[in-house]
Structures are given as C-alpha cells and as structure tokens.
Ligand binder design. Structure first.
Ligand SMILES: Nc1ncnc2c1ncn2[C@@H]1O[C@H](COP(=O)(O)OP(=O)(O)OP(=O)(O)O)[C@@H](O)[C@H]1O
Ligand SMILES: [Mg+2]
Length: 211
C-alpha cells in the first residue's frame, strides 16, 4: 500500500502552498484516480510521490515505511504530462533501453505490442512519433522498468477514441498487480475504469473522495 500522509508543499518561488495536508492510501488491484482543475496541483502531487521533489512536510510511505526521494524514484514509474519534453534517447530503441543493461528484443517487442506500438521503427527519433504514440512510448519505457507504483499524468491527452479504449483496458490490466494512479482534469473519461471509492478530487490543496 502507498500512503500519503498530510502532504504539504510550497514551491520556493510560489506565493501560496499547492498542497495543504493531502492524505490518501492507495492499494494495488484496481486503478486510482485524482481529478482536479488546471493548476490544482496534480502534477506536483506526482512529482512528490515519485521523488522528483520533497514535500515541505508530511510523509510518503510504502508498506508502512516512510521513503526518501531516492527510494521513491526506485519504487515509482512516472509517465509525464508532456513526455516529449523528457525523451533522452536519440531513437525509439535507445529510449526503451535507457537504464537497462540487458533487455532481450522479445521483451521490447512484447511491451511495444502491449501499448499498441508494434512495428514502430526502433531507429526512428522519438520526436517524430505522433503525440499519442510518444505518450505510449513513455508508458512502454516505464513498463520495461516494471515499477510497483505506476503514475500517469493525463494519460488520455492526445489520444483519439479508437486507441483511448485500448489504453483504458491496458491501465485496468496493469493495475492488477501494482498501484496505478491516474491524474486528470477529465475524470469522466475514466468512468468505466475507476471504481467508486478509488477516485479523489484535489481541491484547495486537499484530497477528498469523489462520489
Ligand atoms: N516550480 C514551480 N514554481 C512555482 N510555482 C509552481 C511550480 N510548479 C508548479 N507551480 C504552481 O503550482 C500549482 C500547481 O501546478 P501543477 O502543475 O501541479 O497543476 P496541475 O493540476 O498539474 O495543472 P494542469 O492540469 O494544468 O497540468 C500552480 O499554481 C503552478 O503555477
Ligand atoms: Mg499537470
């Protein structure tokens, strides 16, 4: 179980805190969702969970143990809101293999098929993929790391309806044996995926259960 305990966060340059005591406990087995309007702090929340930032106060626990930022970076995989800003590899193939010493090509192909990118040329530059394909590539990179906590920032942005359904199905499957958290400003798109009781609204720096 991943537990956020009373997270407060104020960026050094910001006049107001973004989080003012956000708390939630997330179990594996089914997707969890945090909805909130633009600027409510959704991306900030994911940055804190996955160890890209530290809360001003409060703690983040995994199986009852508080983790530092480095431990959280190991535990979590984050698919960024704008994945195109974060590609490091010169090619799709390089991007998939970053940080992995040995990665059998069958495994790479299986993950590409899982995200609906089968047959994409591995020599191609990531930037030349479409927005939706880039998002799925970023997900594939995280799946190859097989993190116990998978965090997705606006995962349906840039996806058309035909692939959106496939992505939702995939997220359902991926959540069975890990904690999977989606943040979005369009929670209605996830109505069929997220069970009541697993959805929260981020408002005024606090998390409140929806429905
Ligand atoms: N590095 C920073 N310095 C100062 N303020 C910041 C910084 N990062 C974020 N903020 C502020 O924190 C608030 C929350 O931003 P955040 O990006 O987490 O919102 P969001 O819910 O993800 O929005 P969106 O739906 O537009 O992606 C905003 O008011 C933003 O201006
Ligand atoms: Mg955001």
């Amino acid at each position: 179980m991943l537990e956020l305990r009373s997270l407060h966060y104020q960026a050094a340059t910001a006049p107001e805190p973004v989080l003012r005591g956000a708390s939630v406990a997330l179990e594996p087995g089914a997707p969890a969702l945090v909805a909130g309007r633009s600027g409510s702090g959704k991306t900030t929340l994911l940055d804190l969970i996955c160890g890209l930032a530290d809360p001003s106060s409060g703690s983040i626990l995994w199986k009852g143990e508080a983790l530092n930022a480095r431990q959280r970076r190991w535990l979590c995989g984050l698919v960024f809101q704008f994945p195109e800003r974060h590609f490091l590899g010169l090619s799709v193939g390089q991007e998939l293999k970053l940080g992995q010493r040995r990665l059998p090509s069958e495994q790479v192909e299986a993950v590409l098929a899982q995200v609906g990118l089968q047959g994409v040329p591995l020599q191609q530059a990531p930037e030349r993929l479409s927005g939706g394909q880039q998002r799925r590539l970023a997900l594939a990179v995280q799946l190859l790391r097989n993190p116990q906590v998978l965090l997705l920032d606006e995962p349906t942005a840039g996806l058309d309806w035909s692939v959106r359904d496939e992505v939702l199905q995939l997220l359902g499957a991926l959540s069975r044996d890990r904690v999977l958290l989606v943040v979005t400003h369009e929670p209605e798109l996830f109505d069929g995926l997220v069970e009541p009781g697993r959805a929260w609204r981020l408002e005024e720096g606090l998390l409140a259960q929806m429905r």
